[in-house]
Design a protein around this ligand. Structure first.
Ligand code: NI
Length: 435
C-alpha cells in the first residue's frame, strides 16, 4: 500500500452515545502502556530483519516463539510462512480474528534509522536490499502485544481470539500464486473455529500520528493487472507501408483505453483507474518491430464495474488492433478484490475507535485506490479494516516519505493507539455479541 493522498472529512458523531470503558478495558489500556517499550523492541527487530513475501522464515519463528510463550495454541506453517494462534477465553462468546501482515519489500533502506535494514536478498533473479517500507513490522509488533494483553486477561475474556499473521500481502512471487490472504482463506483460516468477525489495520505515514481513519463500504480498491501483446508485421523503418506497425497500434490502444474511465464508467457510483505503466517495443530506430507489449494496472471499488472495465479493455484493444490489421492478445490478471468494510459492523465498532483515540482523532476518509488482500477475508466473514496515522511529527509534511520508498518511516508512538484499538475492538465486539 503506498502513496495514499488522504482527503479527510471530520464527521460529527454527536448522535452516538459513547460507552465508557469497562473495568477490563481500563486494565488493558494500562497494560498497553506498560508493554509499549517491548512492542517498540519487537518492531525494531522485525524492521532490522525484513524478509520478502513467502520468505518470512525468521519473522515467523519470532512470532511463534512469542505466541507460545503466552501459552496459546499455535499453528505453523499456514499458507507457506503464516502463523495462526488461538486464545480461548474462559467465558462463552464469539470468535474474533485479528490480522497482521508480515512481508517486506525489495527496497534498499535509506532513512538513516539506527535499526535500518542491511538485509540483501534475491528478488526475481536480482540482488536487492530488503526493507519494511510499508509498516508491516509495526503491524506484527502491535498484534503480538495485543495477544499478550488479551492472554493475560483470559479468565475475563468472552469467546475466542484468533491471531492471524499473514505472509505475502505485497503479492506472492509469480510462480507461487495464489499466496497471502487468498491462500490463508483456502487453507481454512476462517474455520475451526469459525470466525464471526475480523479486524485489521494499516499504518499510514501521511496521516497524523495517533489518528484513525476509516470508512464504511469500499475503503480500498481492487487491483488487477492487464497485459496486452500487439502483434503486427515488421519492416524497414524507411518503408512503413510494408509493415503493420505495432508501435502505432499500441499508441492508439493506450489512447483508446483512456475513454474507458472517462466516458464509459459511471463515476458517480464509484471511482476507477486504468493505468498503462509499461510499454515495450523495438530495439533500433530504423526497424519497425513485430510486437509491442503493454502492461497496466486496473483499480475499481465495485464488482460489476470491475467486470465491465475488464470487458471494455479487451474490446477496445482487440478492435483497435483489428482495425489496423494487427492483433491484440489481452490477458487480465485478477489479483485482489476491493476492501469493503461491512456496513453494520463498521457502524457498530466506530464508537470503539473513538473511545480509543478520542473523538477528534477519528476521521472518515475517502476511498483510496491502493489495494489490500485483507479483502479476501471480508469476502467470507464481516470484516473491518482501518488506517492508523503514523506520520512522524518531527518531519515536515512536504518531505514526508510515502509508503514503498527508501525513506519510509513511521512514528512508533502511534503503535500504542493501534494496540489499544485492536484490544478494544475485540473486547467491545465480544461484549456486544449475541448468539
Ligand atoms: Ni502494506
Amino acid at each position: 500500500m503506498k502513496n495514499i493522498f488522504f482527503i479527510i472529512i471530520i464527521v460529527s458523531f454527536t448522535n452516538v452515545v459513547l460507552a465508557q470503558p469497562t473495568k477490563l478495558q481500563s486494565k488493558t489500556d494500562a497494560d498497553a502502556k506498560a508493554l509499549e517499550s517491548k512492542m517498540i523492541e519487537l518492531r525494531r527487530y522485525f524492521h532490522e530483519n525484513p524478509e520478502l513475501s513467502n520468505r518470512e522464515f525468521r519473522t515467523s519463528a519470532k512470532i511463534v516463539e512469542h505466541l507460545k510463550s503466552l501459552g496459546l495454541e499455535v499453528q505453523y506453517p499456514v499458507a507457506k510462512t503464516g502463523v495462526v494462534a488461538l486464545l480461548k477465553g474462559a467465558k462463552p462468546g464469539p470468535v474474533v480474528a485479528l490480522r497482521a501482515d508480515m512481508d517486506a519489500l525489495p527496497i534498499t533502506e535509506r532513512n538513516g534509522l539506527p535499526f535500518a535494514s542491511k538485509v540483501v536478498a534475491d528478488f526475481g533473479g536480482q540482488q536487492t536490499g530488503v526493507m519494511h517500507a510499508c509498516g508491516h513490522d509495526a503491524h506484527m509488533a502491535m498484534l503480538l502485544i495485543a495477544a499478550e494483553i488479551l492472554a493475560k486477561h483470559k479468565a475475563e475474556l468472552k469467546g475466542t481470539v484468533k491471531f492471524i499473521f499473514q505472509p505475502a500481502e505485497e503479492g506472492a512471487p509469480a510462480d507461487e500464486w495464489p499466496g497471502g490472504a487468498e491462500l490463508m482463506v483456502k487453507e481454512g483460516v476462517l474455520e475451526n473455529p469459525k470466525v464471526d468477525a475480523i479486524f485489521g489495520l494499516h499504518v499510514q505515514s501521511l496521516l497524523p500520528s495517533g489518528q484513525i481513519a476509516y470508512r464504511s463500504g469500499g475503503l480500498m480498491a481492487s487491483v488487477d493487472g492487464v497485459d496486452i501483446k500487439v502483434k503486427g508485421k515488421g519492416a524497414h523503418g524507411a518503408t512503413p507501408w510494408d509493415s503493420v506497425d505495432p508501435i502505432v497500434v499500441a499508441a492508439q490502444i493506450i489512447q483508446g483505453l483512456q475513454t474507458i474511465v472517462s466516458r464509459q464508467t459511471e463515476l458517480t457510483k464509484a471511482g476507477a483507474v486504468v493505468t498503462i505503466g509499461s510499454v515495450h517495443a523495438g530495439v533500433r530506430r530504423n526497424i519497425i518491430p513485430e510486437v509491442a507489449v503493454l502492461e497496466g494496472t486496473i483499480r475499481t471499488f465495485d464488482d460489476d464495474m470491475q467486470k465491465k472495465v475488464h470487458e471494455k479493455i479487451k474490446l477496445t484493444a482487440e478492435k483497435i488492433a483489428e482495425g489496423s490489421g494487427a492483433t491484440a492478445d489481452v490477458n487480465i490478471l485478477v489479483m485482489y478484490p476491493a476492501t469493503v468494510n461491512h456496513a453494520e459492523l463498521t457502524s457498530k465498532m466506530a464508537p470503539s475507535l473513538i473511545r480509543t483515540a478520542g473523538e477528534k482523532n477519528v476521521v472518515v476518509t475517502q476511498p483510496v485506490t491502493m489495494a489490500e488482500d485483507f479483502s479476501f477475508y471480508q469476502r467470507k466473514v464481516p470484516g473491518f479494516f482501518f488506517f492508523l496515522g503514523g506520520y512522524p511529527a518531527h518531519l515536515n509534511l512536504k518531505t514526508q516519505p510515502t509508503h514503498h520508498t527508501a525513506d519510509f518511516m513511521i512514528d512508533e508512538a502511534a503503535m500504542l493507539t493501534g494496540v489499544k484499538a485492536l484490544v478494544n475492538l475485540t473486547l467491545d465486539y465480544s461484549e456486544g455479541w449475541k448468539k
